[in-house]
Design a binder for this molecule. Structure first.
Ligand code: F0G
Length: 441
């Protein structure tokens, strides 16, 4: 089952892995096309089922660090660099475009340049932004997609599909083209940002416009994929989540394995909260970090079933009809609720919510600092500000907030004015006189 593979460690065969239902304990093959147990709960992939023989934390850190100098192959990827903790797949199956490797921007109020305005806005001296919008297709989804698509190829599936608010579809379309697999994307009718839609079309995916929202699209794709034997690449697929874990491993690596106090991220379908939480816990178990950062999951007020559940002391959980202008997280029935709840509890984390106005105010600050992001991403900074104001995060805390998508994904919502029509030369001259005056005063 275990053989020598690329990247200098052993590799595993996906079919011989085991998936386990966290609810009832039932198991299934890692090569399954069916990601829900008969009891309805999504299967998990137990860590011990794939990690190669235990290596010391020091040896593991040295191995990861050594790969930073790789010139080619999957070791160049900010996902596969951490393959021992993600999925040690043989090199020949890997579909990668050097995803990850995203910057960690120091934007605390204590920094020297214009980025400090973001820290001042949030009320933090030590704030970092992990910009996942700087991935190949402009969102964090590429991290999960490289792993999911590689597994699809290893299994020899005939087609892949997902439901999406836009980013997963864009990523799926790009990686499917690379893997030479037909791709089907189920999108909520009129509610996908134009940049994301343009990507899906350009990369050649077949679109199904669903009458309804993301939750309806999710429901339909699960049914259709099951019926037609198409490989589902939503975050219900545990290999997608495995890839998304690398956000945490890479940012801890960038911090030289000094864990921050908090990790803050936007939350919709809750795949990312689950994956990042699981990675933080695993990093501590493997001795890579000395303590587990607390997770703060941020929802938009119009799409907040996870927040409501948290606020009820986890007593209730009820899906909602979602309505937020941050379309990426316009989700009312999150698939990974149970997984996300487990990791928020295990890290001593919190869930909060922010209004669309708070999201767009934070986005304007991030955009004007020259960094930029799509609306949903700004929920992490808006949520950080709120948690600092409420005293949940103390002002001298060391905080990393994740920006999940690129500014150009959603240009309809980009801040600022747009030029209307052809400019007149007289107007241009006047503007230039104003600028000259402003600069010489
Ligand atoms: N931020 C962005 C930019 C997203 O696209 C998403 C999810 C999230 C945050 C929330 O992450 O679902 O793991 O809690 N987008 C999915 C999609 C739903 O279809 O692209 P989550």
């Amino acid at each position: 089952m275990v053989s020598e593979g690329g990247g200098g460690t052993t590799s595993v065969s996906v079919r011989e892995l085991m998936l386990r239902c966290p609810q009832c304990g039932a198991t299934t093959s890692g090569g399954t096309m069916q990601f829900r147990c008969a009891c309805g709960t999504p299967f998990d992939r137990p860590d011990a089922s794939f990690e190669p023989a235990p290596e010391s934390a020091e040896a593991l850190r040295a191995r990861f660090h050594g790969r930073l100098s790789a010139l080619g192959g999957s070791a160049r990827s900010g996902v596969w660099r951490y393959r021992e903790l993600i999925l040690p797949l043989a090199e020949e199956h890997i579909v990668s475009r050097q995803e990850g490797n995203t910057p960690l921007y120091a934007v605390g109020a204590g920094e020297r340049d214009g980025w400090r305005k973001i820290g001042m806005y949030a009320g933090l001296e030590r704030l970092f932004l992990k910009h996942e919008g700087e991935n190949p297709t402009g969102s964090f989804k590429d991290r999960g997609m490289t792993v999911g698509m590689s597994v699809a190829r290893a299994l020899g599936v005939r087609a892949v599909a997902c439901a999406s608010t836009g980013n997963t579809a864009a990523s799926l379309a790009a990686y499917a083209a690379q893997a030479e697999l037909p791709a089907l994307v189920f999108l909520p009718g009129n509610n996908v940002a134009s940049g994301k839609l343009a990507q899906s079309i350009a990369y050649g995916a077949r679109r199904v416009n669903v009458a309804g929202d993301f939750d309806d699209a999710m429901h339909q794709v699960e049914e259709v994929a099951g019926r037609l034997g198409i490989y589902l690449l939503n975050s219900i697929n545990p290999y997608r989540l495995a890839g998304q874990r690398s956000i945490a491993y890479e940012l801890l690596h960038q911090l030289d394995w000094q864990a921050p106090d908090w990790l803050v991220l936007p939350a919709g379908n809750l795949g990312n909260t689950s994956a990042i939480g699981a990675a933080l816990l695993r990093a501590a178990e493997r001795g890579l970090i000395a303590r587990v950062p607390r997770l703060a999951s941020v929802q938009a007020t119009g799409a907040d079933p996870f927040y409501r559940s948290f606020a009820s002391g986890w007593r209730d959980f009820a899906p909602v009809r979602a309505s937020t202008r941050a379309t990426a997280i316009n989700i009312g029935a999150p698939v990974s609720y149970a997984r996300a709840r487990a990791v928020v509890e295990a890290t001593g984390g919190v869930v909060t919510e922010v209004s669309d106005d708070e999201i767009f105010a934070a986005k304007a600050i991030i955009d004007r600092a020259g960094i930029g992001c799509e609306p949903a991403s700004a929920a992490s900074v808006a949520g950080t500000r709120r948690l600092v104001a409420e005293g949940v995060i103390v002002p001298d805390a060391h905080v990393v907030a994740v920006l999940t998508g690129h500014l150009l994904k959603d240009i309809e919502q980009a801040t600022g004015e747009r030029p209307a029509g052809e400019p007149e030369q007289a107007e241009v001259d006047e503007l230039l006189r104003d600028i000259h005056q402003a600069l010489s005063s």
